[in-house]
Design a protein around this ligand. Structure first.
Ligand code: HPA
Length: 276
């Protein structure tokens, strides 16, 4: 694995040429990829040019890195991510995080579209991820540990950076947004959940449910990166409303809220300090 990461990273470094260190890596979820268009002086690297890089197969996910400036920071955004439900092993799903680590990026900003499990939520809400539940019964760190990447038994009790959460809260306040804060539960997908599974998720302490983010957060915790996560609640999870779930609703809500979401992400990135 280390070799593959090195090959991929070397390719990206060659494409970037000279350029300072990258401050923040951004993973943009369903319908949120448009945020990458805000990045100035961009270098665009499609995933299919990068050695060993898993290809995203989801509609609406572009599949490229966009590297450039955002709010005075140097950022590397993923326009489209790789999901576990696409059939990739977890270690492949988290391959991009290993590239970020190899590039020396210290902060990972994760975004996703999620279903609202908490009945006080509404479609269109933005939720700061305070913690997660890995409900996939798999883990990207399974198998021999690569000591050069991180410890065998990493602490995940502080995966989501308290200082970054504070910045997110104050940014939300500044923008007049009533941000939610909650626990994200990761299901493998690609099925949306059953109503019984959502009742279970609520009993377990989940506020939102989705099919991404947790593998990347675990790999980032292993690598010692700081993590910030925001979920866009695109729909109420199964069984809460008397209506079927659909990808169309997810995309529609993401479309409706993306401008507010972009504003929030930009302000958080602007307010991040080197040592957050
Ligand atoms: N469940 C799982 N993943 C999701 C959902 C959901 O309701 N909405 C958006 N992604």
């Amino acid at each position: 694995m280390a070799n593959k990461v090195e090959n991929a990273t070397n390719y990206i470094k060659a494409r970037l040429g000279q350029g300072g260190p990258i401050d923040v890596a951004l993973i943009l979820g369903s319908g949120l990829g448009i945020m990458a268009e805000e990045i100035e002086n961009p270098v665009v690297i499609p995933y299919d040019e990068i050695p060993h890089f898993p290809q995203s197969t989801v509609e609406g996910h572009k599949g490229q890195f966009v590297i450039g400036e955002l709010q005075g920071k140097r950022v590397m955004a993923m326009q489209g991510r790789v999901h576990f439900y696409e059939g990739y092993p977890m270690a492949q799903v988290t391959f991009p995080v290993r590239i970020f680590q190899a590039l020396g990026i210290k902060t990972l900003f994760l975004t996703n579209a999620a279903g609202g499990v908490n009945v006080d939520y509404l479609p269109g809400d933005l939720m700061i991820i305070k913690d997660h539940i890995n409900f996939a019964f798999d883990n990207p760190l399974m198998g021999p540990n690569e000591e050069t990447l991180g410890p065998r038994f990493p602490d995940t009790s502080r995966t989501y950076s308290k200082s970054l959460i504070k910045i997110a809260r104050s940014s939300g306040k500044h923008l007049g947004m009533a941000l939610k804060e909650g626990v994200y539960l990761f299901n493998t997908g690609p099925t949306y959940e059953t109503p019984a599974e959502i009742r279970m998720a609520r009993i377990l302490g989940a506020d939102a449910v989705g099919m991404s983010t947790v593998p990347e957060a675990i790999a980032a915790a292993h690598s010692g990166m700081k993590v910030m996560g925001i979920s866009l609640i695109t729909n109420m999870a199964a069984g809460i409303l008397d209506q079927p779930l659909s990808h169309a609703e997810v995309v529609e809500t993401a479309d409706r809220v993306k401008q507010a979401f972009i504003q929030l992400v930009k302000l958080i990135v602007e307010r991040m300090e080197g040592n957050d």
